[in-house]
Design a protein around this ligand. Sequence first.
Ligand SMILES: Cc1cc2nc3c(=O)[nH]c(=O)nc-3n(C[C@H](O)[C@H](O)[C@H](O)COP(=O)(O)OP(=O)(O)OC[C@H]3O[C@@H](n4cnc5c(N)ncnc54)[C@H](O)[C@@H]3O)c2cc1C
Length: 618
Amino acid sequence: MSLRSTLEFLLYQWLDAESLNRRPRFADHSRETFDAVLDTCERIAREKYAPFNRLVDTQEPRFDGDQVILPQATHDAQKAYAESGMLSAAQDFEHGGMQLPYTIEAAANAFFAMASVSIGSGMLSTGNANLLMVHGTPLQKEVFAKNEFCGRFSGTMCLSEPQAGSSLSDVATRATPDGEDYAQDPLGARYRLRGNKMWISAGDHELTENIIHLVLAKIPGADGQLPTGTRGISLFIVPKKLVNEAGVLTGERNDVALAGLNHKLGWRGTVNTLLNFGEGKYPVRSTGGGLDGKGAGAVGYLVGQPGEGLRCMFHMMNEARIGVGIAATMLGLAGYEAALDYAKSRPQGRPAGPAGKDATQPQVPIIEHADVKRMLLAQKSYCEGALALELYCARLVDEQHSGTPEAADEARLLLEVLTPIAKSWPSEWCLEANSLAIQVHGGYGYTRDFPVEQYWRDNRLNMIHEGTHGIQAMDLLGRKVLMESGRGLALLEGRIQATAAQAQQVAELAAHAAALTAAWQQVTDATRAAWASGKPGDALANAVPYLQAFGHAVLAWIWLDVALSAQRQNATQSIAANVGRTRAAAYFYHYELPKIGAWLQVVANRDLTCANMPEDAF
Ligand SMILES: Cc1cc2nc3c(=O)[nH]c(=O)nc-3n(C[C@H](O)[C@H](O)[C@H](O)COP(=O)(O)OP(=O)(O)OC[C@H]3O[C@@H](n4cnc5c(N)ncnc54)[C@H](O)[C@@H]3O)c2cc1C
């Protein structure tokens, strides 16, 4: 099935995305305008992204000592994406946006992720600018965010440091007030930043006129010491090139220096950098005539209140993590499509009849072998299931922003619980899909003559960034399922039960409904058992197996709900794609869901085999 037809089924048949148009915010939209956005993105992805996916992998970004050089194709893709209006898709009409529901935006962005995940880094600019639209001052929105939305500037997110990856409380970048008038700068309270930021995507390039870094840093106390913990972290806008209040470049370079490029396993089309802030490579004049005007120090403007930096950053996390989930999913789907094509055209082997194999007969395409079908069905069930989950979460984002107060609150809580799954599940299982796509290709899959090895390399990032697998797992079991006295978990249970109750009435799905109910019971039992001793060390020792089981149970629910929708549609018109959906759901129930027992056993037993392993015994 084409991606377009799968998206249309999920958006319109399953999620009833058209009903969003009845809400005042989206009233100017219709199925036609949604489809027009999908058309445009599908076309740009086909013309400007897909043909260059291999090129951006082989022609890695390089630094010539002065500038970062990227292929022309990357410049062209960036320009086409900006011109499509997708950078500001969700923004108000009055700010030049489309007031597009996030559900449609997420679906439209799927085309780009599938065509070439790393050629474009628009998601970072959109995330950066969206954050400023919520937490910035009116002038910060005008000068920085709006210039990102139109593609003139681009954005980064500078959280990580060499010594502070998962542990952001250890951020050591220091921000000190810049001169006595620091608080009066129209662009925001002005500071000088000094520190090193590691792994910064799109941290330096010539794709846009300017780069707007959003940087986490700490403001020292009166004793000169940096505050400890995450509460002491503040957020700053640090432009690569200084601008005036009209957003015009002043001609002065800010003190942000490229210390080096990281050479990555995959995702090579996006430049990844180590940045030095405030080391004096590009001394900045004293902006305020104040004490700190000696040259070194990157000029940064405070966003929000001091100490509120992480809270501001996390505001964007749901959408950023759905974005990562979609990227992982689309890489999985790209591999699945390649594997399906290959399996249909590669002749190898013969079926065994009652009298064995007949060597005089021609070889059959490998798609005829049961084991190859197993690998293809696994990929289909992982990737199409993950796509459904991502769009479901995107729909919750719209509910949170445009639903009734009660529905919005439910959506918020459900997103709290589901976001670790939306980020992590596709990162693990659509990566596994890529591995299976390589397997379907046999030896050819292990060469660079076929695209599947690149998909796997590109996808390997997703379990690492935006919170590693382990960190997401601890967030789920240590925080999300417990928060507000377990209300989010209870809401999710209500939705799972509602789907199971409907599926119970459908002969072909009734057994799945029973399996889902039993699986969910196992998850909730294990959640209680994990916390029975009340010790976080015991409960969280097996957080990743918990995440895996929880994720599989959620995906089983999503598949059952999708299968119900497919059954409903097939009652009026029989569509082969719906047979495929029902079979993929069956695969998931027969081959995948039973795995959760093993994962949950160590959780429920608070098994400390790993936690108690002495270091010197490894
Ligand atoms: C290609 C790429 C792009 C990136 N882009 C950006 C970007 O644009 N901006 C940005 O700020 N960052 C970015 N990152 C950084 C990314 O978010 C970090 O790599 C990630 O947060 C992990 O930090 P770390 O690499 O220091 O690993 P560590 O934190 O050192 O973790 C190493 C391992 O130890 C585990 N671990 C760590 N602490 C614990 C714990 N308390 N309990 C259990 N296990 C633990 C982790 O799960 C992981 O498996 C990017 C990274 C990459 C590779």
